[in-house]
Design a protein around this ligand. Structure first.
Ligand code: ATP
Length: 309
């Protein structure tokens, strides 16, 4: 028995590694148009989260093409354990910041640190294991719903999968399916909506339970009510576990309660602060906020008129 258990354990860990690298591949595809040029240093170290996950950009510059700089001498701090939002006009480089943090690309100038460690000095595996991303669009594996959620942590029990699905507001939907958690999804399985996919991605992340969490327009396909409930659940998990989180968002209503809001423009920080502080400044944030509120109110009014009420 003893002799047998060793190779089995070994196989188990190979299997876990394989599953994990599939997960990373998945994230990789999601962050799109990625050129995998980064190299791990021969003496790469594992990430040590000894200050609770503080992320710093110090004078970072980056361009996909040399003639078109995207990030320009950007310095910003994402404090440990806080919920931080990155907002700004379309194309200002919000998703690029997440790709740099995940080290799909290396910065061309300056540095990015996590708890004081330059991410270029870290092993890619330890960096990416510490980060969980809910991207704009999550492709599902050709597998059951249960397995798709369990990719977050393949050692999770059925009960843990369900608990994660409940917090991600998708349990009730899954339960109503004829085959429940055994329903096949993915390209060859049942078609599910964008909003359901997003909630499966959040369930996965809840199971993975990484120290650093990034959300890239992660709830954009949900209706306002479901979105608010889901964001409330995510907030309570973040608070409970004191996780550092970064939310990239267009709709400011989804992030106005962040501890810190960083407003980007032309690849640099235009302004930062809390929602109230930024409204008081009457700058870019307040402009974006007022424009969106106006639209929101119009939609509300139109909605009521359309319903005849
Ligand atoms: P949005 O709010 O519209 O999602 P964003 O602020 O997240 O935009 P990014 O996706 O970071 O912006 O893109 C910043 C700029 O870099 C855009 O002009 C985009 O076209 C360009 N870009 C993004 N990815 C690549 C790539 N792989 N190669 C070349 N240019 C790219």
């Amino acid at each position: 028995v003893f002799q047998l258990s060793v190779p089995l354990n070994f196989l188990g860990s190979v299997y876990r590694e394989l599953r994990q690298s599939l997960l990373d591949m998945e994230t990789l595809f999601n962050l799109q148009r990625v050129n995998v040029a980064v190299k791990e240093k021969p003496d790469a170290q594992p990430l040590l989260l000894n200050r609770g996950g503080e992320i710093k950009f110090e004078n970072v510059s980056f361009a996909y093409n040399p003639d078109r700089p995207i990030i320009r001498k950007l310095s910003m701090t994402i404090p440990a354990g806080q919920k931080v939002a990155i907002v700004g006009p379309s194309g200002c480089g919000k998703s690029t910041i997440l790709r740099l943090l995940f080290r799909f690309y290396d910065v061309q100038d300056g540095r990015i640190t996590i708890d004081g460690q330059d991410i270029r000095d870290l092993s890619l595996q330890s960096l990416r294991k510490s980060i969980g991303v809910v991207p704009q669009d999550t492709p599902l594996f050709n597998d059951t719903i249960e397995h798709n959620i369990r990719y977050g942590d393949i050692t999770a029990s059925h009960e843990q999968v369900i608990a994660a699905a409940k917090r991600a507001q998708v349990h009730e939907i899954v339960e109503k399916l004829p085959e429940g958690y055994s329903t096949q999804v993915g390209e060859r399985g049942m078609m599910i909506s964008g909003g359901e996919k997003q909630r499966l991605a959040v369930s996965r992340l809840i199971l993975k339970d990484p120290p650093l969490l990034f959300f890239d327009e992660a709830t954009s396909a949900l209706d306002t009510h479901t979105e608010q409930t889901l964001l409330g659940n995510i907030n309570s998990i973040l608070k409970e576990k004191k996780r550092t989180s970064v939310f990239v968002a267009h709709r400011l209503r989804t992030i106005y309660d962040s501890d810190l809001i960083i407003v980007l423009k032309d690849g640099n920080v235009a302004e930062q602060g809390s929602h109230e502080q930024l409204l008081d400044r009457n700058g870019l944030y307040s402009e974006l906020w007022n424009a969106q509120e106006m639209l929101f109110t119009e939609e509300e009014v139109e909605g009521k008129v359309a319903k005849g009420g």
